[in-house]
Design a protein around this ligand. Structure first.
Ligand SMILES: NC(=O)c1ccc[n+]([C@@H]2O[C@H](COP(=O)([O-])OP(=O)(O)OC[C@H]3O[C@@H](n4cnc5c(N)ncnc54)[C@H](O)[C@@H]3O)[C@@H](O)[C@H]2O)c1
Length: 402
């Protein structure tokens, strides 16, 4: 991005800072300042306009807190919270120091998520009743290999914890769609976990009894389901499914009084046109084929890509036109659009995915752990806006998800 420079870098490992310094200097046309202690980087705040914190899931909250307390515009990578206290501390720090916090939830800017958002906002599904999402991604190999070869610590979350430890990819787009924190809020949840077998099985089959984790008791259930009730009566279902053999999915579904959309990733990547299946399938009452003309009930679904011409989100229309490569861009695009949203937010002093969203979404992790520990008891989800959700106004603006 020609209008952005990375002017400072930090990692606790000096070799990582050194490895990044060269490429970053070349891309940014300026030598970045290098740090191994994030507190020193916060002290050097005149060197930058905003801080991006893509450290591990259990460190980014703490670092973000110190950055907000220093009044810095702070962007954090996705992940769940270890405690409600952490979520409240982020909210208080952002409010007291007037520093926006933006959560970098790229899936909120996904092409199909924004297509569905656009369809829903224009009333195609009627009144929304139910959304599902999730993080379904077989991580067993990655958790072990990255730990062994690349100083990666995510696997430690699978020992001792048991809950939806990565809720925001599946929740974010639909929390926005359901106006959570602006006219609606998440009220309570119930979580349930299967037993834990996938990761130990992968280790025994691929690494053998001599591996350091061969005798580890993993506690994180292979499949976790969380049901969330909203103040306006909608039901959200979330799934965390990361240890069993399976293709990647975010398991999306949006259902209202007039129609339904489901994510569908079935098919080969090189099968043209890629966007046909990536956009999922839908059924809209009065528009899609109806039961009386189609005896085969599966034919009542139609490709959501049929609606791209009319309902493609303007952000994606603009992105694809700029790329000049038509319809197949999907993943890189959402990262780029999200980072442009952040840059726009830094300039305007706002965050399209703000501290209230981050706190509410991150809290699902520790609350799902609590619910599972209590035998799938219902637990209350705090109102991190302290009542402001009732009157908070939706924001306009190119990157707003409201
Ligand atoms: N949005 C997405 O699609 C997506 C995808 C992957 C990962 N993530 C998120 O990105 C974050 C990083 O994930 P990762 O897989 O790259 O992890 P990683 O462990 O590979 O990288 C984290 C880096 O942070 C550094 N670090 C840790 N504590 C630090 C501290 N106190 N000060 C300075 N540096 C510190 C580590 O040394 C490491 O280099 C996580 O929050 C993860 O949830 C998001």
């Amino acid at each position: 991005m020609s209008d952005v420079a990375v002017t400072a870098l930090c990692d606790i490992y000096p070799d990582r800072v050194d490895a990044l310094a060269g490429p970053v200097a070349e891309a940014s046309r300026i030598k970045p300042r290098a740090f191994t202690d994030y507190r020193a980087m916060i002290d050097a705040r005149s060197a930058y306009d905003a801080l991006i914190i893509p450290t591990s899931m259990i460190t980014h909250g703490i670092i973000a807190l110190d950055a907000l307390r220093a009044g810095i515009y702070t962007a954090i990578e996705v992940g769940g919270a270890a405690s409600l206290e952490e979520c409240w501390a982020l909210v208080r720090a952002s409010e007291e120091h007037g520093a926006p916090l933006m959560m970098l939830e790229n899936c909120c800017y996904g092409r199909r998520e924004l297509l569905v958002t656009n369809l829903a906002r224009q009333g195609q599904f009627g009144r929304l009743m139910h959304c599902r999402g999730g993080y379904a991604h077989n991580l067993s190999e990655l958790l072990v290999e990255e730990h062994d070869n690349n100083r990666h610590m995510r696997i430690y979350n699978y020992m001792g914890r048991n809950g939806d430890i990565y809720p925001t990819h599946g929740l974010g787009p639909y929390a926005k769609l359901l106006d959570i924190n602006k006219g609606n809020r998440m009220v309570s949840l119930v979580s349930m976990a299967s037993k834990s077998r996938g990761l130990p099985l992968w280790i025994s089959e691929n690494k053998g009894p001599g591996h350091p984790f061969a005798k580890t008791d993993f506690t994180q259930g292979d499949v976790i389901t969380t049901a969330i009730r909203c103040a306006n009566g909608e039901l959200i279902l979330l799934t965390h499914d990361t240890q069993l053999p399976r293709p990647y999915s975010r398991a999306g579904l949006v259902q209202g009084t007039k129609g339904i959309w489901i994510e569908s990733d079935i098919g080969k990547d090189d099968e043209p046109p890629l966007h046909f299946r990536r956009m999922g399938m839908l059924h809209i009452e009065g528009k899609s084929p109806m039961a009386h003309d189609r005896p085969n009930l599966r034919e009542l679904w139609e490709p959501a890509s049929n609606y791209l011409a009319e309902y493609e989100h303007p952000l994606w229309r603009e992105y694809l036109e700029a790329q000049g490569n038509g319809v197949n861009a999907i993943s890189a695009g959402m990262d780029t659009i999200m980072l442009r949203a952040m840059i726009d937010g830094i300039r305007e002093g706002r965050a399209p995915i703000d501290v209230y969203d981050a706190a509410a979404w991150m809290s699902i992790t520790c609350l799902s752990e609590e619910s599972i520990q209590a035998g799938s008891a219902s637990v209350a989800i705090p109102d991190f806006t302290s009542g402001k959700w009732i009157e908070r106004k939706k924001e306009a603006g190119k990157y707003s998800l409201d």
